[in-house]
Design a protein around this ligand. Structure first.
Ligand code: NAD
Length: 494
């Protein structure tokens, strides 16, 4: 679709900013709202219900009632599967509206909102739907005199708190395994991009997920988020967001009812390119494509690039040749690959890191400034620093913007030591044609995922999550079902 048509659709779009509780749209009990502006051009998208304690209480009560009367948990896995597949189909049917909401709210290119965000959201829900009737319970080998059944039961009411960078995908990663396992869910989307999750809840109801099973309460972290994490009747909190807030979530879970707390947190992923890299063009393309995808606002972005000295110049020349492709443009133009930064606060944070990199003596090779578009809005040119050393903030702290830091290393041991030197451990990569070196490096890197001779492979079948201060849980794959189920043992005398 042409950009003009997307703009026309955007102008005609009716956006509902009310919460979704017990199958109904509702304003906050306090009647408070907040203004949701688009980072694309600053336009007011919607007044959104500012959920607080009373709204979280209402949503948790609805979720608890739905769980206790077994209107969803009591359905057979095959029945839940049919509904989840219908949910996925309806998501795809609503691709244009969901993609538009995602792009307007968060700033990402419409091309990716359709082909990545909406498509992955639907795929995730379909995948757990397809999986859930293929999981069997167990009988323990206790002998002839008894039967000990080990069964998997839903935990009950799941509270999910998600960030703004992939609103639909992060929501799907939480709700799909939780709903497939028979739980009820209360979701708190980010105050920066709450709109697509609200629409998703409407679609879920239309698909046949009963009222009360999937509730969405928009609002801020300090009120709606904290109320959910502290709630005494929430059995499990599944959080994706920053490491500092993740620590608070763990504390709140502990100080309330000791609910299970799963955290998927920040990253500062290391991408190590050795001189014997088997395909330099592929390495450059992956390094550049992955850091600037989603405007650099990805937890697993390979933001630290270690290049062996003998190929550094060649690598940088090739990288610079690719940069024009990532110049920010109108997110509603399907040719655009880099869109807007989510809001003024994030823009300031990223520009602050760029200034800190310059002040610390890193060599600015590309970008380093705001990109001005006629529409206004928040845009940053793809930025690349060379000559970065481990003491600089741009080498250690999560920037969450289109900024790549290039560091050097002496030998692979030095690269591994530097790669492991941050508090994060989400992803890492090594590029070498030496199989032994690849395997030894992959083993030594402290990360939830390590890539060899590629970056950013992804599939529903593999877990996604980190070690160290990148979190304690795993989204995706059958392992995520563990987060939303409890094992129960039933002894039967024979
Ligand atoms: P954030 O931690 O500021 O907020 C995340 C969510 O938590 C939001 O919904 C927010 O409203 C809520 N929140 C904030 N303070 C809270 C509090 N005191 N109590 C309860 N809830 C609170 O993170 P963000 O800026 O929205 O997202 C960016 C971060 O998310 C980055 O660090 C990124 O790496 C991380 N992230 C991680 C993954 C992963 O899978 N590991 C995926 C995406 C994003």
């Amino acid at each position: 679709m042409a950009a003009t048509q997307w703009h026309e659709r955007a102008s005609a779009l009716e956006i509902d900013g009310r919460a979704f509780i017990n199958g109904q749209r509702t304003w906050a009990a306090s009647e408070q709202t907040f203004d949701d502006h688009s980072p694309i051009d600053g336009r007011l998208l919607a007044k959104v219900a500012r959920g607080g304690v009373a709204d979280i209480d209402a949503a948790v009560a609805a979720a608890r009632a739905a769980f206790e009367d077994r209107r969803w948990a009591g359905k057979s896995p095959a029945a839940r599967k049919r509904t989840l597949i219908k949910f996925a189909d309806l998501i795809l049917k609503n691709t244009a509206e969901l993609a538009l909401l995602e792009t307007l709210d968060m700033g990402k290119p419409i091309k990716y909102s359709q082909s990545v965000d909406v498509a992955s959201c639907a795929n995730c829900i379909r995948w757990y739907g397809e999986a859930i009737d293929k999981i069997y319970d167990e009988i323990a080998p206790t002998g002839d005199a008894s039967l000990a059944l080990i069964t998997r039961e839903p935990v009950g009411v799941v509270g999910a708190i998600v960030p703004w960078n992939y609103p639909l995908i992060m929501t799907a990663w939480k709700i799909a395994p939780a709903l497939a396992a028979g739980n009820s869910v209360v979701l708190k989307p980010s105050e920066k991009s709450p709109l697509s999750a609200l629409k998703l809840a409407e679609i879920a109801l239309e698909a046949g997920i009963p009222a009360g099973v999937f509730n969405v309460v928009p609002g801020f972290g300090i009120d709606a988020g904290a109320a959910l994490a502290l709630h005494m009747d929430v059995d499990c909190i599944a959080f994706t967001g920053s490491t500092p807030v993740g620590k608070k979530i763990m504390q709140m879970a502990g100080q309330s009812n000791l609910k299970r707390a799963w955290t998927e947190l920040g990253g500062k992923s290391a991408n190590i390119v050795c001189a014997d890299c088997p395909d330099l063009d592929a390495a450059v393309s992956a390094a550049i494509g992955s850091i600037y995808f989603n405007q650099g606002e990805s937890c697993n972005a390979p933001s630290r690039l270690f290049v062996e000295e003998s190929i550094r110049e060649q690598f940088l020349d090739k990288a610079l040749a690719m940069m024009p492709r990532f110049q920010p443009g109108d997110p509603l133009d399907e040719a655009t690959v880099m869109g807007a930064i989510v809001d003024a606060t994030q823009m300031k944070t990223v520009m602050g890191y760029i200034a800190a990199g310059k002040a610390a003596g890193a060599r600015l090779v590309a970008g380093g400034e705001a990109a001005r578009l006629d529409s206004g809005g928040f845009y940053i040119a793809p930025t690349l620093f060379d000559g970065v050393d481990g003491s600089m903030s741009i080498a250690n702290e999560e920037i969450f913007g289109p900024v790549l830091s290039v560091l050097s290393f002496t030998d692979i041991k030095d690269a591994i030591r530097q790669a492991n030197s941050t508090p994060y451990g989400l992803q890492a990569a090594v590029w070498t044609r030496d199989l032994t070196k690849a395997i030894q490096t992959a083993r030594a890197l402290r990360a939830g995922t390590v890539h060899v001779n590629q970056y950013d492979s992804d599939d529903m079948t593999v877990p996604f999550g980190g070690v160290k201060q990148s979190g304690n849980g795993r989204d995706k794959s059958l392992h995520a079902i563990d987060k939303y189920t409890e094992l129960k043992t039933t002894w039967i005398q024979i």
